[in-house]
Design a binder for this molecule. Structure first.
Ligand SMILES: [Zn+2]
Length: 111
């Protein structure tokens, strides 16, 4: 697997996707607000669906480097969703050495 450092373009792209998700959920909330309970259920489905797509894209386009042993590894969509994240990295268990630490975020090449 080829990886590279995170660039400004990557930050811009991630920000754009998050903004798009916010716009979709806000517009959906406005359009569905007249439908009562059905609207709330539909909105929750749209929110969960767009969040899932966003996190899945993130999980598939990123990789992480362990600060202890330098192992480069990828994570699942679920791990991406539930693990604590800061702009520079994510708190993960390294599959190489088994240590839990703040792994450095990288982009997968071609992502
Ligand atoms: Zn490690």
């Amino acid at each position: 697997m080829k990886v590279r450092s995170v660039t400004t373009v990557d930050w811009f792209k991630t920000g754009l996707y998050i903004l798009l998700m916010i716009v979709i959920t806000v517009v959906a909330a406005i359009l569905l607000s007249e439908l009562g309970l059905v609207g709330i259920v539909l909105w929750a489905a749209i929110f969960a669906g767009s969040l899932f797509l966003l996190v899945r894209w993130h999980a598939h386009s990123t990789a992480y480097r362990c600060p202890s042993c330098a192992e480069v590894f990828t994570i699942s969509t679920l791990t991406d969703l539930i693990s604590p994240q800061v702009p520079q990295g994510k708190y993960l268990t390294c599959p190489g050495c088994g240590k839990r630490s703040w792994a450095t975020i990288l982009m997968r090449d071609g992502a």
